[in-house]
Design a protein around this ligand. Sequence first.
Ligand code: MIC
Length: 306
Amino acid sequence: MTITMTSNDRPRATQKLRELLARPDAIVVAPGVYDGISARIALDMGFDTLYMTGAGTSMSRLGWADLGLATQHDMVEQAEMLANIDPTTPVIADADTGYGGPVSIARTVAKYARAGVAALHIEDQVQEKRCGHLLGKEIVSREVFYSRIQAAVNARADLGLDILIIARTDARQSLGFDEACTRLSRAAEIGADIVFLEAMTSREEMADFVRRMGATPCLLNMVSKGVTPVISVDEAADLGFKVIIFPITGFGGAIQGIRDSFAVLKKSGCEPKALVGVEEAFELCGLIQCIELDRKAGGKALAGLR
Ligand SMILES: C[C@](O)(C(=O)O)[C@H](CC(=O)O)C(=O)O
C-alpha cells in the first residue's frame, strides 16, 4: 500500500467513499480508530475506510470518558491527523452535536472537510452529551435537530465542499423508535446523505429502520456490550445497511492488550516476551517511507538508519 504525506489527493477520499457506498449489496466496514497507531494498524490491514470514534478520541486525547468533554478543536486536530496518514482512505468522523448553534456547525463542517474528513455525523443530543449507549440521554427538539442538519448542508453548499453529512438521532431511548425514524426521514429530505439511528434494541428495529429509510443509506453502530444486539458485517449487509462502524474494537482491544502487558511487567519485573519491538512499531508508522523521502531529497539525517 502507498502511504503519502501529500495533500494533493485529498478530494479522492470523499469520492472514494461515494463510490464504496454506490456498490450494490455491499457494505462499508469502518473500524474505530482513536490515535495514530490504531489508524496505522487498520490501514496496514487493508481496511478501506476508517471511523474516528469520539469516545476513543476523548479517552486517548483527554483521558476522560465520552461525556461531551472533547471540544471542536480537539476533534478537528484528531481528524486532521487521522485523515492525512493516508489521504486516499476515507475517514468517517464523529462530530457529536456539531459543537454549538448553526454558526458553530458551519465552522465544524468546514474544518472537518478541510482536514480531509470524508463524512461526519451530527446528532440530536444536548451539548452535555454522552455515549449513545448510556442511560439518561437528553434530546433537543425536532426543530433544533433539523436546524443542525440544515446548517451542515448549507455550509457544504456555500463553501463548495463535498463532505458527506450523516444525520444521527439518539431519540430512540427517550422518545421511541417512530420519533427516531421521523427525525431521520426529515434529515434526509433536508440533505443528509446517510442516516444513523443510535442504540437500536432489536434486529426487528434494524430491519424496519432500513425499510423505512428507503433509498437513503443507513449506518449501523456496532458497540460491544452496548444496547444493540451484536450482528456480523454480513448480517448487516443482508439487512440492507450501507455502512457499519465498530467504534470499540480498537480501543477495547488496546485496553486489554496494554493491561496484559503491564501486568506481566508488574508481576515479573520484565517486559512480556511476545512484545512488538521498537523497529517493527516504527515500520508500522512509516519509518521506511521517511527514510526514502529523506534519501530522495538528498537529506543525510536518516542515512545511517538502515
Ligand atoms: C459512536 C460513538 O459516538 C463514538 O464515539 O465512537 C459512541 C460509541 C460509544 O461510546 O460507545 C456512541 O455510540 O455514542
